[in-house]
Design a protein around this ligand. Structure first.
Ligand SMILES: NC(=O)c1ccc[n+]([C@@H]2O[C@H](COP(=O)([O-])OP(=O)(O)OC[C@H]3O[C@@H](n4cnc5c(N)ncnc54)[C@H](OP(=O)(O)O)[C@@H]3O)[C@@H](O)[C@H]2O)c1
Length: 289
């Protein structure tokens, strides 16, 4: 089911009834402090209300500073901005997860964050006790949620079999952020999330640029008088997925958000949904350490 949304600030509800803005701004690889500050300010000025960072991106401080300054200089309230961070692979397990969250909070300089994610699952390839590690990490996540300092918790790069390791626990993840682009739909995991009321977010929605030149995307861009990135971002929204496009180019930050004035037809959605594998990173959660 697609989202019924009309602007960047429109929210969809997570399973705990907290709203999450339907389109986010990605910040991976924007690791220069001043640049990430400038780009987050730009995104907020354009109207984005959802910023995605992670401890691994080494830019939480700049992201938090931009949010605090934007709030101080506008009438926008903290509650109207949604920020996500993530605990990195090296910090799995209960104690390390709690400590990693405290470090994130020190870096980001906000009273709370809106969403905290487990960045990558422990997987069978690297750890015999991968299931127990995921459960221990998730115990930490549940306590972080109960502290009120993260308004929602979730996972990233968890496929169905990773989700299975924690799905019976007291609190279920509210979000799963996975790689999704038209040539890499990960439909099994999306179906699993839909069945369990878990919101799906798309990382590398543009295939880091690789997806933009696929002939079908180019054809639809021409047909709808939009650019390739807009076709893909709109495709995510119509599939009920939150895309997180990243750009350090102001014109693209603007154009990537200009996706609320057209609709991809059912027939063209079917074509996009049937695209062959194309443009993904190749980072399988059970293979990438
Ligand atoms: N959870 C995870 O494991 C994970 C992994 C990867 C990413 N993420 C998150 O997802 C976000 C997005 O993923 P991503 O940054 O890997 O890739 P992406 O958003 O798919 O693509 C970003 C690339 O596309 C270019 N681009 C952006 N808009 C464009 C446009 N309209 N036309 C042409 N090129 C355009 C950007 O270049 P310019 O910057 O030069 O415009 C950049 O090189 C990340 O920033 C991060 O927040 C999460």
């Amino acid at each position: 089911m697609g989202f019924n949304v009309n602007s960047l600030s429109d929210k969809v509800l997570m399973s705990n009834n907290v709203g999450i803005p339907c389109l986010g701004f990605g910040t991976y690889k924007i690791d220069d402090d001043q640049q990430v500050y400038d780009m987050v300010i730009t995104a907020l000025e354009v109207g984005y209300r959802h910023i995605d960072t992670a401890a691994f991106y080494m830019n939480e401080a700049g992201v938090g500073r931009a949010i605090n300054d934007f709030i101080a200089t506008t009438k926008i309230a903290r509650e109207d901005i949604f920020v996500t961070s993530k605990v990195w692979k090296t910090e799995r397990g209960y104690d390390k997860t709690i400590k990693a969250f405290e470090k994130t909070m020190d870096e980001i300089g906000l009273d709370y964050i809106d969403l905290f994610l487990v960045h990558w699952p422990a997987s069978l390839t690297f750890d015999d006790d991968w299931k127990e590690i995921n459960r221990d990490t998730w115990r930490g996540m549940m306590d972080i949620y109960k502290s009120g300092k993260a308004k929602a918790i979730g996972v990233s790069n968890f496929l169905s079999h990773h989700l299975d390791t924690i799905i019976d626990m007291e609190i279920q993840p509210m979000v799963d952020q996975i790689e999704i682009s038209p040539g890499f739909r990960q439909q099994d995991t999306v179906d699993y999330c839909n069945e369990h009321g878990i919101i799906v977010e798309a990382w590398s929605p543009l295939g880091r640029g690789r997806s933009l030149n696929h002939p079908l995307i180019l054809e639809l861009a021409e047909k709808y008088k939009k650019d390739s990135a807009q076709i893909i971002i709109r495709w995510d929204l119509q599939n009920g997925i939150i895309p997180l496009p990243k750009s350090i180019n102001k014109g693209r930050v603007v154009s990537n958000a200009d996706v609320f004035d057209f609709e991809i037809s059912k027939e063209d959605m079917t074509k996009l949904n049937a695209m062959e594998r194309y443009g993904d990173s190749g980072h399988h959660p059970d293979e990438a350490w």
